[in-house]
Design a protein around this ligand. Structure first.
Ligand code: NAD
Ligand code: DAU
Length: 349
């Protein structure tokens, strides 16, 4: 039986990738390696965790000895690497954690894969999941291509950029069969409510202020998380070795417009008169180094592998709101304890 290691599978995107692979490939053993940081939650996988081809491994990718031993024991055929510290605001407060996990952790995985595959790379693949933030910020026009020079601005994106460079270096230096994708902002079920959409859904529900950074004019390109998982499946199986693929939703929104749309949906679903929650909008100090605009040119992925987003934003956004409203317990569980301290530090009471 083939064995694939997915790292960060208890997180937001990782859990959707694990679910897709476990269901789609019953003859492949899927191992989910996750440290279970504040962002990792095994509840995300309760619908598939009893399947015979699924196994959870608790561990830290920063621990080189553990990773070496795991790879020697399990002799994986492929790696899909999503584990990371992923929140820009946290990276501004504590950059070191991002360097350890995103850079050192990635290099530990590269070393372990190189070590077990060195005699024969045939049929092996190391797939590194990255972000559009490595390309920096755009002005009012244009979009990121795979050839756009890297220009990261936050400690998060600098650490992701560094890990991308290491992945390419291992391909070029040792011939490791790698592939990388850089995706735009994901939204959907199971996203930790420190990120814009779930945070604001939760705050609207509880009538709490909505902290809009700066003037709310920053632009993000939103993609439904299941469409990202579909792209990852395609690239893992059919992407060309040594290549990079951009993934995006072709769906740009100014933050303030997205927030107003969210308020409209939430007020309707909560049975509040239209526009009630607009009063919760509170402009706060801008995020340091806040990138103005991201936009992805995904034409390479479309042309080579035929990928297109399958879910229209209007549908995906409604589904997302419905999921958070129907999964109150999930939201309450992840917003208790240490998250409360983080919230107080970031935004006050
Ligand atoms: P997330 O924060 O929701 O999940 C990260 C997961 O990694 C968690 O389960 C966490 O426990 C695990 N993890 C963290 N440190 C670890 C360590 N040292 N060892 C083992 N596991 C560890 O993140 P996400 O939003 O699902 O992002 C997943 C990946 O996709 C990241 O690499 C991120 O850079 C990338 N990405 C995210 C987006 C987005 O919009 N969220 C867009 C493009 C790319
Ligand atoms: O572009 C891909 C990236 O998208 C991923 O690599 C990151 O892991 C992911 O976190 C996300 O980064 P962003 O910084 O774009 O996402 P976030 O949800 O934190 O913020 C989205 C926008 O909303 C951004 O312009 C900042 C703004 N914002 C965010 C928060 C949390 C606010 O105005 N107020 C807030 O409270």
């Amino acid at each position: 039986m083939k064995k694939i290691l997915i790292t960060g599978g208890a997180g937001f995107i990782g859990s959707h990738v694990v679910r897709l692979f476990v269901n789609q490939y019953p003859d492949v053993e899927i191992h989910n390696l996750d440290k279970l940081t504040y962002a990792g939650n095994l509840e995300n996988l309760s619908d598939i965790d009893q399947k015979p081809n699924y196994r959870f491994v608790k561990g830290d990718i920063v621990d080189a000895e553990f990773i070496t031993h795991l790879f020697e024991q399990e002799r994986y055929d492929g790696v899909i690497h999503l584990a990371a510290e992923s929140h820009v605001d946290r990276s501004i407060v504590n950059p070191m954690e991002f360097i350890f996990t995103n850079v050192v952790g990635t290099v530990n995985l590269l070393n372990a894969a190189k070590n077990i595959w060195k005699d024969n790379y045939e049929g092996k693949r190391f797939y590194h999941i990255s972000t559009d933030e490595v390309y920096g910020a755009l002005g009012d026009t244009g979009s990121f291509k795979e050839t756009t020079p890297y220009s990261p601005h936050s400690p998060y994106s600098a650490a992701k950029a560094s890990s991308d460079h290491f992945v390419r270096a291992y391909h070029d230096t040792y011939g490791l069969p790698t592939v990388i994708s850089n995706c735009s902002n994901n939204y959907g079920p199971n996203q930790f409510p420190e990120k814009l959409i779930p945070l604001f859904i939760n705050n609207i529900k509880h009538n709490k202020p909505l902290p809009v950074y700066g003037k709310g004019i920053n632009v993000r390109d939103w993609l439904y998380v299941v469409d990202h998982a579909r792209a990852i499946d395609l690239i893992f199986h059919k992407g060309r070795t040594g290549e990079t693929y951009n993934i995006g939703g072709n769906n740009e929104w100014r933050n303030i417009d997205l927030i107003k749309k969210l308020i409209e949906i939430m007020d309707r679903k909560l049975g509040r008169p239209e526009g009630t929650s607009l009063q919760l909008i509170t402009y706060v100090t801008d995020r340091a180094g806040h990138d103005l605009r991201y936009a992805i040119d995904a034409s390479k992925l479309r042309a080579e592998l035929g990928w297109e987003p399958s879910i229209k934003f209007a549908e995906g956004f409604e589904k997302t709101v419905d999921w958070y409203l129907a999964n109150e317990k999930w939201l309450d569980n992840v917003t208790s304890g240490s998250y409360q301290d983080y919230y107080r530090k970031m935004y006050g009471e």
